[in-house]
Design a protein around this ligand. Structure first.
Ligand SMILES: Nc1ncnc2c1ncn2[C@@H]1O[C@H](COP(=O)(O)OP(=O)(O)OP(=O)(O)O)[C@@H](O)[C@H]1O
Ligand SMILES: O=C(O)C1=C[C@@H](O)[C@@H](O)[C@H](O)C1
Ligand SMILES: [Mg+2]
Length: 172
């Protein structure tokens, strides 16, 4: 069955857009970060603290594969790093997968993430200038993986509804 996958950097809007899209097209949405938290019975922050990032990445890969192999048609919101580890980017090209990169600029990401960074362990302890530099370098490093997606939607200066409309057009 079909899997619609939203991917992109932390704060690009994967969870927000996927929720709205799910209501509009009546396809259930699964947030991979939430799925990981449920499986581990811990928050993402606690998983990083208690078990470390490598454990997190293994669990992330395992649950991503499980979702891809599930029989339902689903919208899957990936974690910000999902395509960049464990060859997950290759899974984006599988049959029945429509992968959409929500592309946001450094400024958009910085503005959104500075409002709420405590739940994001990779940036939680950074001040504004450290965070801006981190986002710039990290986004550059990750772009190769994000660009493996079949489609790209630029989200800067668009409302949530406009991004959802762009995705519906892609899916039509
Ligand atoms: N198009 C948009 N316009 C304005 N604000 C937006 C838009 N899309 C998302 N947001 C806001 O940006 C913030 C980050 O969005 P969200 O949590 O959905 O990102 P995410 O990609 O799921 O991040 P993470 O990878 O950390 O889970 C939220 O406060 C959300 O309300
Ligand atoms: O960009 C990342 O590597 C991450 C993004 C979040 O969605 C979570 O999956 C976690 O905080 C790691
Ligand atoms: Mg999210």
């Amino acid at each position: 069955m079909k899997k619609i996958i939203l991917l992109g950097y932390m704060g690009c809007g994967k969870s927000t857009i996927a929720n709205k899209l799910s209501n509009c097209i009546e396809i259930p949405f699964v947030d991979l970060d939430k799925k990981i938290e449920e499986k581990a019975n811990l928050s993402i922050n606690a998983i990083f603290e208690k078990h470390g990032e490598i454990y997190f990445r293994k669990l992330e890969h395992q649950l991503f594969v499980e979702l891809l192999n599930s029989p339902e048609t689903l919208i899957i919101g990936l974690g910000g790093g999902t395509p960049c580890y464990a060859n997950n980017h290759e899974l984006l090209k599988e049959k029945g997968v429509v992968a959409i990169y929500l592309k946001a600029s450094i400024d958009t990401l910085f503005n959104r993430l500075s409002l709420n960074k405590s739940k994001r362990p990779l940036i939680a302890d950074k001040n504004d200038s450290e965070m801006k530099e981190f986002i710039a370098i990290h986004l550059f490093e990750r772009s190769f993986y994000y660009n493996q997606a079949q489609y790209k939607v630029v989200v800067d200066d668009k409302t949530i509804d406009e991004v959802v409309e762009d995705i519906i057009t892609i899916l039509a």
